[in-house]
Design a protein around this ligand. Structure first.
Ligand code: TRP
Length: 344
């Protein structure tokens, strides 16, 4: 059996070029380079999509749309070591979550910083138990497949640590039930700690480009027309230095543009910087960026339109069948350990 790399690809909201360059492409590159030696599980955590309120009429289309985006971005769905599945199609996720819930402390969940941040920001009179409980579901996502490698951003490290804690706790009480995923520093060693690649908002370049930004003026969506994207790039916030220089700290606006230019034209950052540094026309730089963004969007949208739904659905169904069996075995072991099933 090959060691398992596992990651969840969230599917709410429209995706931006920031998601594409900062998260989707690195993940897909990882799948391409590791499949063969490793099993790569890439799943859509659809049960996670409504821990905070959403428009449920959109969810089904949103899930399929995002899966098409991953395929258009190059997700290798023809590779036998790559499994692509929807969490809710494998009922063991929900079932194991309940069992793990009963071994999880209230205080333990209450300490999760993502829960504290998200619940503080939510403008709702009701914060769901689902939001509170989400790290337990995430632990089930990982433990069901004996995954060792889980690439996680900083906002998820606490959840991965919890996964290790609950797995170890259950193993101590019941014997070897779960494979414990590697600790966070080892994960960073394995995946190469994300280079801090963050595409910034065009209007407010000190902030990350975020799909949930209210105005959307500084955000280029993958669904934007090239014309709309050009407008956004041309009105990007710059600075008053009057000379191009790459310096994310002091000159985030210009540096963000240089970064987008390098990434979308597939050239090393320092080569692009060398070409532009010292120039005095910010307008020319914006035009160059607008051009690569437009070309990228045109190509990407054509590839997206060409994604074959039959092929995608066949892949999902094959992966889901295979994963139901793997997850079912782990679930049975846990059920048996806690006395819900005869001893194995
Ligand atoms: N929580 C992750 C996020 O918000 C998504 C996710 C769900 C995940 N389950 C996972 C990631 C399991 C890795 C492993 O982005």
């Amino acid at each position: 059996m090959k060691p398992v790399i596992l990651t969840g690809l969230r599917a709410n909201n429209d995706l931006t070029i920031g998601n594409y360059l900062g998260a989707i492409l690195p993940m897909i590159d990882m799948a391409k380079s590791k499949a063969g030696e490793y099993q790569v599980n890439m799943f859509v955590p659809d049960l996670h999509s409504f821990t905070t309120p959403i428009d449920h009429a959109q969810l089904q289309e949103q899930i399929m749309h995002n899966l098409r985006v991953f395929v258009a971005a190059g997700l290798p769905i023809d590779h036998d070591d790559v499994y692509v599945y929807r969490q809710s199609y494998i009922s063991a996720h929900s079932e194991l979550t309940w069992i793990l819930d009963c071994f999880t402390g209230f205080g333990e969940m209450n300490r999760m910083t993502q829960f504290k941040d998200k619940s503080a920001k939510l403008n709702e009179d009701r914060i769901s138990i689902g939001l509170f409980n989400y790290p337990v579901l995430m632990a089930a996502d990982i433990l069901l497949y004996n995954a060792s490698y889980v690439p996680v951003g900083d906002d998820q490290t606490q959840h991965l640590e919890f996964t290790r804690d609950i797995a170890t706790r259950m193993n101590n009480q019941f014997g070897e039930l779960f494979a414990v995923p590697l600790a966070v520093p080892k994960q960073h060693e394995f995946f190469g700690k994300d280079q801090g690649l963050r595409v910034r908002d065009l209007m407010e370049p000190t902030k990350k480009m975020s799909k949930s930004d209210e105005t959307g003026k500084g955000v280029v969506f993958l669904s934007d027309t090239p014309e709309a994207a050009t407008k956004k790039v041309m009105s990007a916030t710059t600075d008053s230095f009057g000379e191009v220089k790459f310096d994310m700290k002091e000159r985030p606006g210009i540096s963000n543009l240089l970064q987008i230019l390098a990434l979308l034209s597939n050239r090393p950052q320092n080569e692009v910087n060398a070409e532009w540094e010292g120039k005095t026309s910010y307008g020319d730089l914006k035009k160059a960026v607008a051009e690569v963004v437009s070309t990228f969007l045109t190509d990407f949208q054509a590839r997206l339109a060409g994604v074959d739904d039959q092929t995608l659905l066949a892949k999902l169904e094959a992966s889901e069948t295979a994963m139901q069996s793997v997850a079912g075995q782990t679930l049975y072991k846990a059920q048996s350990a806690v006395g819900l099933r005869p001893k194995v």
